[in-house]
Design a protein around this ligand. Structure first.
Ligand code: ZN
Ligand code: ZN
Ligand code: ZN
Length: 659
C-alpha cells in the first residue's frame, strides 16, 4: 500500500495497514553463514591518512574513513575498502577497538570482511542493523519489479556483516575516556546517525552523508524514498536543525572536506534544502511545524503524525496526551523501513520548543489515547530521558508491557512499563485538573476517552474515535479496522460517552481540536446505528461479532520467543460472543518433536464472556529450528463442529534476535 501518513490513511478509511513490530532492535543474521565469501577485487585507494588534529586523521577511501586515536589504540568511523588497516602502524596504532558506522551504504562498509577477519568489532546504527547483519535476507526479499518504493536501499552490502553492537539513538557509546553521542540524523538514509565526540578539545560531529559542504548534499537520488518524493530532504532539514542545536565545532562528513566552525555551513544547507523542498512539494518541511495553544493550559501540535497535547499545570509540569512521531514524513517512511523484527524509529521533537515558548519544565505524565504506535512511539523515549510516568486505561497495560503477546493493528515493538492504570469510569486528579476516564472502543478496543476541564472549557481527548471532517454533513467521521478488535456496538459505546458528558471541544488523535455540540453527537449516533445494522444484515444471523473479530480464538503470545531446551506457555484465548455457553477443543499444529501438555485444550466458555487455557510447550534440547522465524497454528473444534486451523502464532528462535 502507498505509505504517506497515518493521517491520510485514516482519512481514506480504506483497507487496514498494520505495522508489524516486535521488541527492540533488529534481526540478527542467520547464525551460520550459508554461503562462502565472495572473491574481492584488488582495487584500493591511493591516498594516505591526512592529519586533522593530534588524534584525528582522515583517509579518503570509497568514503572518508576517520581514525580517532588514543595512544596505540583507535576507533574508526566508517571503513571504506578497509585499506586503512595498512596505514595504521605508520600512525603508531597497534589495535583497532571498534568500527562505528554512520550508515549502511556499501561505500561505508564494503571492506568490513577484512575487519571481521581480524576480530575488530563493528557497531552500526540500530535502525540499519538488519541491512548489515541480515543483508542477504534483505536481498532475498527486496522487490525490483513494480518498483514504487524507490528508496536507495539497493546500496546495501551484498554479504552479511557480523555486527557486535547496535548503536541506539540518543545513547552514548563509551570508548576509553571518550563518549560518542548517537544523534539520529535521517536524511541521506532513513537510519543514518551522526556521532558526536570531543576530540583534541573540539566538539566533532561525524555526520555521514547528511551534508557534503555548505549548502550541498552529496546526492539527491539517495533522498528519495517513494515515487516522486522528497522525503530525505525533509528529514535532512530536521536532522540538520538538531545537529545545529548541539553546536559542533568541526564537521567530518563521509564525502567532502572537513568543515571547521560549521555553524554557517549547516544553516546554509538547511536553507538550501528548504528552498528545494518547497519548490518540489509546495509544502513547508516538517521542521517548520509548530504547536499552538488551544487555551493557555492546553497546547496542541497537529502537524505531527498524530496530534499530541500538553496539558500544562501552573507548576510547569506537563501531562502529555500521546506523543508519537515528529511528522507524517517521519512516521510513514520509518514505518515502512522496519524489518519484520524491529521497532519504528523515533526522533525527539518539540520538547525544546515547549520549554522555550510555553514554560514547560518537566513532562510528569504521559497518557496514550490508545495503543497505536503513531500515538505513543515517543513514550519509551520520555520514560528513558525525561523520567516521565506512563498512565493508561487498564486494557492497554499488557500490550505496552508485552507487545509480543498480540496481533493487533499498529503495535509498537518496544515494551515499556506502565506506572498507573485506570478502570472504566474512574476519576482522578493530576495537579490542579480533575479527570474522568472512559473505555472508548471502536477505532480499537484499546482506547480511552479522557474528560477534563481546562481553562473553563470542557474537553474530551478521544484518540482516533472521531474526526471532524466527515463526508456526511452534521456528523463526525468514524473509522473501522477489524484487526483492532471491533464489536458490533463498539462505536456506539464511544459516542454515548460523549453524548452523556457533552464536551464543548474534542481533542482528536489527528488534526486540530474542534468544537462539538449535542446535535452533531446525536446525528453521529444515528449514523453508527446504521453501521451496526449493516453488520447485522451482512453477516450470518447470530454470528455478527465472530464476523468482525479475526481473533475470537487467539494464541498468546502471538510472537513466541523460544530456544531449544525451553518450556514455554502458549495460552489459547477464546471470546464467546454467543448468548449460550460454548465448548472449545484446540490443539497446536507445530513441529512434531515438540511436546505439548495437554495435547488437546478443552474449554467451556460462558455466554458472552472469555476463557483461556495454557499449553505447556517443551522443546527438546537437540531440536534444530527449520528457520529463525516460522508459524504454528491451532486446530479448533467448536461445539462439536470442526473449524480447522482458525488461529496461529509466529515463533522466533532466540539467538537470532539482537538484544
Ligand atoms: Zn551513503
Ligand atoms: Zn492515529
Ligand atoms: Zn489509531
Amino acid at each position: 500500500m502507498p505509505t504517506n501518513s497515518r493521517r491520510s490513511f485514516l482519512k481514506s478509511a480504506s483497507a487496514g495497514a498494520a505495522a508489524s513490530a516486535v521488541p527492540a532492535n533488529a534481526a540478527q543474521p542467520a547464525a551460520a553463514q550459508s554461503k562462502r565469501p565472495y572473491r574481492q577485487t584488488g582495487f584500493a585507494p591511493g591516498a594516505s591518512p591526512q592529519r586533522i588534529s593530534d588524534n584525528l586523521y582522515r583517509l579518503e577511501d570509497t568514503c572518508n574513513v576517520y581514525i580517532v586515536k588514543n595512544g596505540s589504540r583507535a576507533v574508526l568511523i566508517d571503513f571504506g575498502s578497509g585499506k586503512v588497516l595498512e596505514h595504521l602502524s605508520a600512525l603508531g596504532i597497534t589495535q583497532v577497538d571498534w568500527i562505528l558506522h554512520t550508515h549502511h551504504h556499501r561505500d561505508q562498509c564494503q571492506g568490513d570482511r577484512k575487519a571481521a577477519a581480524r576480530n575488530i568489532p563493528i557497531a552500526v546504527p540500530a535502525h540499519e542493523h538488519h541491512l548489515f547483519a541480515d543483508a542477504e535476507n534483505f536481498w532475498r526479499n527486496r522487490r525490483v519489479f513494480h518498483l514504487y518504493y524507490v528508496r536507495n536501499d539497493f546500496n546495501t552490502i551484498t554479504e552479511n556483516i557480523p555486527v557486535a553492537r547496535a548503536l541506539a539513538d540518543y545513547s552514548t557509546f563509551r570508548w576509553q575516556n571518550m563518549d560518542f553521542y548517537v544523534l539520529p540524523t535521517p536524511g541521506h538514509t532513513l537510519g543514518s546517525i551522526t556521532l558526536l565526540a570531543t576530540i583534541d578539545n573540539k566538539r566533532v560531529a561525524f555526520s555521514g552523508d547528511l551534508m557534503y559542504a555548505s549548502g550541498k548534499i552529496q546526492t539527491l537520488h539517495d533522498t528519495q524514498v517513494n515515487y516522486g518524493g522528497s522525503e530525505g530532504i525533509d528529514l535532512g532539514i530536521f536532522s540538520l536543525a538538531r545537529l545545529e542545536e548541539l553546536k559542533p565545532e568541526l564537521l567530518c562528513p563521509s564525502h567532502g572536506d572537513t568543515l571547521p566552525a560549521p555553524a554557517a555551513a549547516i544553516r546554509q544547507t538547511i536553507k538550501s534544502l528548504t528552498d528545494y523542498y518547497r519548490f518540489q512539494t509546495g509544502n513547508a518541511p516538517s521542521e517548520e511545524g509548530m504547536p499552538y495553544a488551544v487555551t493557555p493550559h492546553l497546547i496542541c501540535h497537529y502537524q505531527t503524525t498524530s496530534s499530541f497535547y500538553a496539558i500544562l499545570s501552573n507548576s510547569g509540569k506537563a501531562m502529555f496526551i500521546d506523543y508519537g512521531s515528529a511528522s507524517p514524513i517521519h512516521f510513514g517512511n520509518f514505518e515502512r523501513a522496519i524489518p519484520s523484527v524491529g521497532r519504528i524509529r523515533f526522533v525527539e521533537h518539540n520538547i525544546t520548543r515547549l520549554k522555550r515558548d510555553y514554560g514547560l519544565k518537566s513532562i510528569d505524565v504521559a497518557m496514550p489515547s490508545h495503543m497505536h504506535d503513531d500515538h505513543m512511539n515517543g513514550f519509551p523515549h520520555l520514560v528513558r530521558h525525561f523520567q516521565t510516568k506512563v498512565w493508561c486505561y487498564e486494557n492497554m497495560v499488557d500490550i505496552f508491557e508485552h507487545p509480543r503477546g498480540y496481533n493487533l493493528g499498529c503495535i509498537l515493538g518496544e515494551p515499556f512499563k506502565v506506572s498507573r492504570s485506570f478502570r472504566d469510569g474512574e476519576k482522578f486528579r493530576w495537579e490542579e485538573f480533575e479527570f474522568e476516564i472512559k473505555h472508548s472502543p471502536g477505532h480499537t478496543e484499546y482506547q480511552m476517552a479522557l474528560f477534563v476541564t481546562i481553562d473553563g472549557q470542557r474537553v474530551a481527548f478521544t484518540g482516533d474515535a472521531f474526526f471532524a471532517n466527515s463526508n456526511v454533513a452534521g456528523t463526525l467521521r468514524h473509522n473501522l479496522i477489524f484487526r483492532n478488535h471491533v464489536e458490533n456496538d463498539s462505536h456506539l459505546k464511544s459516542v454515548r460517552n460523549l453524548i452523556e458528558r457533552e464536551p464543548a471541544m474534542i481533542c482528536p488523535g489527528h488534526g486540530k481540536a474542534y468544537p462539538v455540540d449535542r446535535s452533531i453527537l446525536l446525528a453521529t449516533e444515528q449514523r453508527l446505528r446504521q453501521q451496526q445494522q449493516f453488520f447485522f444484515d451482512l453477516l450470518p444471523d447470530g454470528q455478527t461479532d465472530f464476523g468482525l473479530d479475526p481473533s475470537w480464538v487467539r494464541l498468546y503470545p502471538y510472537q513466541v520467543l523460544v530456544a531449544p531446551g525451553e518450556t514455554q506457555e502458549i495460552t489459547v484465548h477464546v471470546q464467546n460472543y454467543k448468548p449460550t455457553a460454548m465448548k472449545i477443543e484446540a490443539s497446536l499444529v507445530g513441529p512434531a518433536e515438540w511436546n505439548l501438555a495437554p495435547e488437546v485444550v478443552k474449554l467451556t466458555v460462558a455466554p458472552r464472556s472469555k476463557a483461556s487455557a495454557a499449553v505447556k510447550v517443551s522443546i527438546p534440547r537437540d531440536w534444530v529450528a527449520p528457520a529463525p522465524r516460522f508459524a504454528i497454528a491451532a486446530d479448533v473444534i467448536c461445539d462439536g463442529r470442526y473449524l480447522g486451523q482458525i488461529t496461529e502464532a509466529v515463533i522466533d528462535m532466540k539467538g537470532f534476535l539482537a538484544t
